[in-house]
Design a protein around this ligand. Structure first.
Ligand code: EPZ
Length: 424
């Protein structure tokens, strides 16, 4: 298995281009199932998760063509011939469940494997299913699969209130409601930029949607949708991750394509920690205000709150901050697995339930550490940028799911980082 080796190398400087968002692309790609005409996505990220979604759509009979080194995806579901999303693909990536809503909306039936467990939490899909049932889907959970049928052959508009905010369930319901008969109102829906990006793309395809950024989404179902071309929104989690590089290692870095509104609560927290964040016409410029980072408390929440997908990376910064910080993880029940790895590097962290208390130390020390999930893996790389000596991160396949060209992007601003292939 590949490993990534990082040596603390002092202050960073230069530019890092930010890619299209994994979590937007994963919900945009299934939209191709909603029209017979081609859907083209530009600014697509080149990631293993995108390749998994491509394989899933192809297994249903979609054509997916990757152009410009994978940055442009043209998809057509004109001739789909299979309505079963197989466990062998779904088990690799939970977002596969996002083909359920559009397949049901398109042809009135679908069979989709249940995703199963995940390192960061139980992550049930009950809200996805409840929202579709409210639109007239008949669901039968059997042999690890959801067997779904639209009563009367077509989904019906409905009002549904999510008991808790779910990004995925909102996306599945939105993808289903655009072709349902009548009006759907989704209350307490997620407001993430990826949801807004999905709604904008669907509107380009002819859908009638209002309120995607508000928490109450109203969809007027239509009989059919047409093709479109849509640029994938900037990846706010990749953006936030690289904003932390100059914060943790020193220096100044400009994140090309960064927009503050994508990372509002996070940028506010960085400023509270004595990190300067400046919007430029090229992106976001980040540097420490005066040499030392101040400890701050963090609570993860749905957008526009502090994103859970930046909690691990923020913990890495707090490891060398001045003072003690408390990070509260409110979205997932098991998302502190990076803490023991950071402690192997000399961090002082005490985890109790959904809270982690981090007491800043002067210096971290490089060590062999293990990635446990996508965001945990990059938090270890960030910690390595500020550590004395060498940090060797193993199981980096986690990283490949959500970060393209990490080594190239960080070494481009002066980091001492390399990837060792198996056997090197
Ligand atoms: C999306 O996951 C993202 N993944 C996650 O990013 C992100 O952490 C999460 O939203 C929260 O922002 C993608 O977009 C592909 P949720 P999702 O449904 O949709 C509970 C990354 O690192 N819940 O908003 O699965 C659930 O258990 C990944 O890129 C139910 O109880 O998240 C969790 O506690 C990790 N029943 C909470 O809601 C349901 O039916 C929020 O989950 C659905 C969710």
């Amino acid at each position: 298995m590949d490993r990534i080796v990082v040596k603390g190398n002092g202050a960073l400087s230069g530019d890092i281009p930010i890619s299209g968002a994994k979590n937007a692309c994963l919900t945009l790609m299934p939209a191709t199932l909603l029209s017979e005409e081609p859907l083209t996505l530009t600014n697509a990220p080149r990631l293993s998760d995108i390749r998994t979604m491509t394989a899933l759509l192809q297994s249903l009979g979609c054509e997916v063509t990757s152009l410009q080194d994978g940055k442009v995806l043209t998809m057509s579901s004109h001739d789909i011939n299979n309505h079963k999303a197989d466990y062998d693909i779904v088990r690799k990536m939970r977002a596969s469940i996002l083909v359920l809503g559009p397949m049901l909306a398109r042809d009135g039936h679908a069979v989709v494997s249940l995703p199963g467990g995940c390192a960061i939490g139980a992550r049930p899909v009950d809200l996805h299913l409840k929202a579709l049932e409210a639109m007239g889907a008949e669901l039968d959970l059997r042999d690890g699969y959801v067997h779904a049928k639209a009563i009367g052959g077509r989904l019906q508009g409905a009002e549904f209130t999510f008991p808790l905010v779910s990004v995925g369930a909102t996306e599945n319901a939105l993808l289903a409601a655009v072709l349902a008969k009548g009006t759907t109102v989704l209350k307490n829906s997620a407001r993430e930029p990826e949801i807004v990006d999905l709604a904008n793309c669907l509107i380009k395809m002819g859908a009638q949607i209002e309120g995607a950024a508000t928490g109450t989404i109203t969809i007027q179902g239509v009989d059919s949708l047409h093709g479109a071309t849509h640029p994938v929104v900037t990846d706010r989690i990749e953006l936030g991750t690289y904003m932390l590089a100059p914060a943790i290692a020193g220096g100044e870095v400009e994140l090309l394509g960064g927009q503050r509104e994508l990372v509002g609560a996070f940028a506010d927290k960085l400023e509270e920690a004595e990190i300067e964040v400046t919007q430029t016409n090229r992106g976001l410029k980040v540097k420490r205000k005066n040499g030392r980072v101040r400890a701050v408390d963090v609570v993860t929440e749905p957008f526009p709150g502090f994103p859970t997908d930046l909690q691990a990376q923020m913990m890495a910064l707090m490891c060398t901050a001045e003072g003690t910080s408390v990070l509260e993880e409110k979205i997932f029940e098991n998302r502190f697995m990076h803490a023991p790895e950071l402690m192997r590097m000399g961090a002082n962290i005490d985890v109790h339930g959904g809270h982690a208390t981090v007491t800043g130390v002067d210096k971290l020390k490089g060590a062999p550490v293990m990635a446990t999930d996508l965001r945990a893996s990059v938090s270890l790389i960030l910690a390595g940028l500020a550590a004395e000596g060498e940090t060797v991160v193993s199981r980096v396949y986690h990283l490949d799911r959500g970060y393209e060209h990490v080594v190239r992007k960080l070494s481009g601003v002066g980091a001492h980082i390399e990837r060792l292939q198996e056997g090197d």
